[in-house]
Design a protein around this ligand. Sequence first.
Ligand code: HSE
Length: 409
Amino acid sequence: MINIAILGFGVVGGGITEVIRENAESLKSYVGDEIYVKKILDLRDFPDSPYGDRVVHDINEIIRDDTISVVCETMGGVNPAFDFSVAVMKSGKSMVTANKELVAKRGIELCEIARDCGVLYLFEPSVGGGIPEIRSMRSSLAGDTVTAIDGILNGTTNYILTSMERDGADFATALKEAQRLGYAEANPSADVDGLDAQRKIMILTAVATNNLVCESDVYTETMTGITPEDMDAAKRWGGTVKLLGSSRIDKDSASLYVCPCFVPKSSLLSSVSDVYNAVSVVSPVTGDVMYYGRGAGRMPTAGAVVSDVACILSGLAAKEKPCAWQAAPEGWARPFSENSFEYYVRVKTDLATEALESARLSFGAVKVLEGAPEGCVEYITVKTKEDITSKLISEGSLGNVESVIRIMN
Ligand code: HSE
């Protein structure tokens, strides 16, 4: 029997016990022994749970237990998760985490401590829930160089955008429904303002390059301003709106950004609906690869935790090269203002001809989008640098701009 422990007996932590119980036989045949959840750290007591007698309130009960070999962290947040993870690894135990905030903010130190302690620190569940993209990117794309990543990395916002597209709902109504279904938190900011996707694109880019950027290096835009009019325009244009976490990687630099984008129907990403996530990875040798699946939720995320545990216990993970992330060197993260996009623009005006003339003067050329709402003109620009577009808008050169949305590159 191999003993493990869980830090945090919440939605995912509880799911881990369930996955291990329900898949005991297949796990045993993969690992070679039975996996037993010996201790669970939580502030609360769970008298009605069959695991209630394994709940402890002091991390030292896990750290000092030499019979525990792997610890799963599903607490969330940076502290005390960071301190607990360090102490656990220093006691010679490997760790698996679903905590993307911790990996994005302290991943370099945690991977280094794991290497120093001769243990493993795995984080497949931290991005894309049940989607096994991290191990695949690290191993199956090992002979290639990732040049672009585009992901629908947040299930909550994808659910909101899908119901806006499908039911014509406005943002507030779609958010309320997402909260009712338990997808969105009471305070939905981390999801809708793009912070969750920001952390995930930081992690994926570090997986691809070994360079972990700071949060401030990732241009991050909320999706709360997307309206039914925007969704309708995207449909007339031939696509939909998705919140994308993207990374464009050159030999010596990268640009990371999170923002709502028009995504054409020709892209598989446009058909990723509801709480599903997808990660599209481009590399010169392999070409396009797409990972798709359930990006959030109790069982998919718990399943990814248990898979990482199984990879450690089977010996597979020890054969993989340990993560050797470094802080992205000065200047490696390119300023967002240097990127170029085509833009969808909606201008409120009674003087459509004049508004289009200004647009043509500003951008060189634009393509009019037919079927604009009453009192508006809509157009798609040619590829233009981000700083030029921002200046045109802020200086009022385009008139009364109601909406500007980038088109996926
Ligand atoms: N709040 C996240 C989401 C959970 O909606 O995708 C998974 O990271």
